[in-house]
Design a protein around this ligand. Structure first.
Ligand code: NAD
Length: 253
C-alpha cells in the first residue's frame, strides 16, 4: 500500500519498526544523494551522463583503465567530501539499539561505516570505491598512492607489484559478485521479519532479488524510494517521499 502523505508514511513505518524484531535495511544510491553523491538513474544521475566501463573492457585495454581512473578522480569531488545523511544516521540509531543487526548495501561510498555501523555488519554487494585492490592478487592500495602514480605517469593507470591491474574495490558490470557478501545477504534476508529497501530503483540484479526473497520468506517489505519500483505491488508499505524526510524522525539524539 502506498502511503498517501509524509506524516502517514512516517507513522506506518514507525509501526512496522515497532512490530519487527529483526529489521534488515537494503540501501541503494538514493540514500546518499542528500550527501552530494549523485545516483545512477534519477534524471541527471550518473547513468544519464556516462555509461560505466564494464569489467571486460577494463581488463582488455590500458586506455580503458586510464579512463576508469580519470573518472574516479573526478568523482572524488563527491565521494571524499560526503558525510552520512539522515538515512544513514537513522539506520545507525536503529543499529545501536539492536533493532538493525546488519545492513545490505549496493552502495560503494563507505557512508554506512562512517555513520557508525561496524564493517562486519555491512554487506557490500558492489564493493567499496574508497580504496583499490589488485584484480590478480587482491593486494590493497590506497587511492592517494594510485593518484600519485597516475599523475606521475601522465594519466596512466598503475600496475601492482605482481603486474596485475589495480582497480577500485568495486564490482563492475560483468564482474563476478563477491561470494561471501552474496551468501551473507542470502542468509540475512531469510531471517529478518522486516526488510526495508531504501533508495534503490531495484533494477540491478542479482541485488534486486533480495527484497523478493525476503518477502517470499515471510518478512514484511517496505520500500522507500521517490520513484516507483517493480516491487511496489508486493510491498506492505510503499513510501514515495524523500529518504531524509522519512527517516530523519528515527535518528536518536
Ligand atoms: P539507482 O540510481 O538505480 O536508483 C536510485 C533510486 O533512488 C532512484 O530510483 C531514485 O528515484 C531514488 N532516490 C534518489 N534520491 C532519493 C531521495 N533523496 N529520496 C528518495 N529516493 C531517492 O541506484 P541503485 O538501485 O543503488 O543502483 C545503482 C548502482 O550504482 C548500485 O549498484 C550502486 O553500486 C551504484 N551507485 C552507488 C552510489 C553510491 O555508492 N552512493 C552512487 C551511484 C551509483
Amino acid at each position: 500500500m502506498i502511503a498517501p502523505d509524509l506524516t502517514t508514511a512516517i507513522d506506518r513505518l514507525g509501526a512496522l519498526l515497532d512490530e519487527a524484531s529483526v529489521v534488515l535495511p537494503f540501501t541503494g544510491a538514493g540514500i546518499s544523494t542528500e550527501c552530494g553523491i549523485p545516483d545512477f538513474r534519477s534524471p541527471g544521475g550518473l547513468w544519464t551522463k556516462t555509461q560505466p566501463i564494464p569489467f571486460d573492457q577494463f581488463m582488455a585495454s590500458q586506455d580503458m583503465r586510464d579512463e576508469a581512473w580519470r573518472r574516479r578522480f573526478v568523482m572524488d569531488e563527491y565521494f571524499a567530501n560526503a558525510k552520512p545523511g539522515r538515512g544513514h544516521r537513522a539506520l545507525a540509531s536503529l543499529y545501536r539499539v539492536g533493532k538493525v543487526r546488519a545492513v545490505i548495501t549496493q552502495n560503494i561510498d563507505n557512508l554506512h561505516q562512517v555513520s557508525g555501523i561496524a564493517q562486519h555488519d555491512i554487506v557490500e554487494l558492489h564493493g567499496n570505491t574508497t580504496f583499490a585492490t589488485c584484480v590478480a592478487c587482491d593486494r590493497r592500495y590506497e587511492l592517494d598512492w594510485v593518484k600519485d602514480k597516475y599523475q606521475a605517469a601522465g594519466g596512466r593507470a598503475p600496475h601492482c607489484a605482481c603486474n596485475g591491474y589495480i582497480k577500485t574495490a568495486t564490482v563492475s558490470f560483468g564482474q563476478a559478485m563477491p561470494e561471501d557478501a552474496m551468501l551473507r545477504a542470502h542468509d540475512l534476508t531469510g531471517s529478518c521479519d522486516l526488510f526495508i529497501s531504501i533508495g534503490s530503483s531495484l533494477v540491478v540484479w542479482p541485488a534486486a532479488g533480495f527484497p523478493l526473497r525476503a518477502k517470499q520468506k515471510g518478512a514484511r517489505l517496505a520500500i522507500v524510494n521517490r520513484e516507483p519500483t517493480e516491487f511496489d505491488e508486493m510491498a506492505d508499505l510503499v513510501i514515495r517521499h524523500d529518504i531524509g524526510e522519512v527517516l530523519g524522525p528515527f535518528i536518536a539524539h
